[in-house]
Write a protein that binds this ligand. Structure first.
Ligand SMILES: [Zn+2]
Length: 155
């Protein structure tokens, strides 16, 4: 995080942002800030205080993404307040060692498929009272947007 072009997301340009400390906004777009165990290399998101594999307390924060592969998803029709339903939740494999649970969006809901390439992006998620919260979601890319070398952890 020594690069001056990289800053942690803030709520300054949006009314509300969910989990701004878990995402770094770079000149190339947002990246997940994941935990990487200094002793065994295990990844966690959100970054864990203690490694889930070796119990080490030495966890570094590193960037990951922005692309991943949709492992599985479900459309939520009855969910917790204040989210407006239906919405799609899914597991995204950001790296072979890191699977995250996240909102999934697509311009065409029919385009959401297991195995789709998805990209971390800032978007509005609708609330049941009509407001929206600015947050980070994974959006399904069409085949022309896929960048084959992305999706790795960056130290
Ligand atoms: Zn560990």
């Amino acid at each position: 995080m020594n690069n001056p072009q990289r800053t942690t997301a803030t709520a300054s340009d949006a009314p509300e942002v969910i989990s701004p400390d878990d995402v770094a906004v770079t000149s190339d777009g947002p990246r997940l800030l994941v935990g990487r165990c200094r002793d065994c290399g295990a990844l966690s998101f959100p970054a864990a205080a203690v490694c889930h594999k070796c119990w080490s307390h030495f966890i570094d924060r590193v960037e990951a993404g922005p692309q991943g592969t949709l492992y599985s998803y479900s459309t939520v029709h009855i969910g917790p307040k204040p989210w407006r339903t239906p919405y799609v939740l899914g597991y995204v494999d950001v790296t072979p060692q890191l699977r995250v649970l996240t909102h999934i969006q697509a311009a065409d809901a029919g385009a959401i498929r297991i195995g789709s390439t998805v990209q971390l992006t800032r978007s509005d998620v609708q609330l049941e009272d009509g407001r929206a919260i600015s947050t980070f979601v994974f959006s399904v890319l069409d085949i022309n947007q896929v960048q084959p070398s992305e999706g790795a952890v960056h130290a």
